[in-house]
Design a protein around this ligand. Structure first.
Ligand code: TYD
Length: 139
C-alpha cells in the first residue's frame, strides 16, 4: 500500500548549452514503469486546481515543462506538497495516492506519463471513498 514516502522527485539529465538547454526522460530508467499514455495540461486559469482523485493502478510521472505548480499527495494519513518549477525535475506518483495539482503559474505546462491507458474505472473520485479503501487496505 503506497504512502506519501513512495512519491519521489527524480532529477533528470540536463545539458546546459548557450544554444539552449536539453533534458530527457527514459522509461524503465528515470520513469520506473512502461509508459502507456502521455497527456498534458495547459491554459490553466489562475486559481484553478486539477486532479483531486486517486488511481487504483495507474502510476504517473509529472514534469512541469514550463512554469510551476504544486502537486499535493495524500495517503489518507498524511499529505506532502511537491513544488515542480524546473523542467529537469519529475515527480513519480505511485498508484493508490490521492493527488491534487494547484497554484499553477501563468503559462504553466504539465506533462504527465501514465502506466495505463485512460480508464475511468481506475479513478477514485470521492475522498471519503478513498479514505475507506485505504483503511481497508484495498488501494
Ligand atoms: P481528469 O483525469 O479528471 O483530469 P484532472 O485529473 O487533470 O483534473 O480528466 C479530465 C477529463 O479528460 C476526463 O473526463 C476524461 C478525459 N481524459 C481522457 O480522456 N484521457 C486521459 O488520459 C485523461 C487524463 C483524461
Amino acid at each position: 500500500m503506497a504512502t506519501i514516502d513512495d512519491a519521489k522527485i527524480v532529477e533528470l539529465p540536463k545539458f546546459l548549452d548557450a544554444r539552449g538547454n536539453l533534458s530527457f526522460v527514459e522509461q524503465n530508467n528515470h520513469i520506473p514503469f512502461e509508459i502507456e499514455r502521455t497527456y498534458w495540461i495547459y491554459d490553466v486559469p489562475g486559481g484553478e486546481f486539477r486532479g483531486g482523485h486517486a488511481y487504483r493502478t495507474n502510476e504517473e510521472f509529472i514534469i512541469a515543462l514550463s512554469g510551476a505548480f504544486d502537486v499535493v499527495v495524500d495517503d489518507g494519513q498524511e499529505k506532502k506538497t511537491f513544488l515542480l518549477n524546473r523542467s529537469y525535475y519529475g515527480l513519480y506518483v505511485p498508484a493508490g495516492l490521492w493527488r491534487e495539482m494547484k497554484n499553477f503559474s501563468t503559462n504553466s505546462f504539465a506533462l504527465e506519463f501514465g502506466s495505463t491507458q485512460y480508464d475511468e474505472k481506475d479513478y477514485v473520485r470521492y475522498y471519503n471513498e478513498f479514505r475507506k479503501l485505504k483503511r481497508d487496505g484495498k488501494i
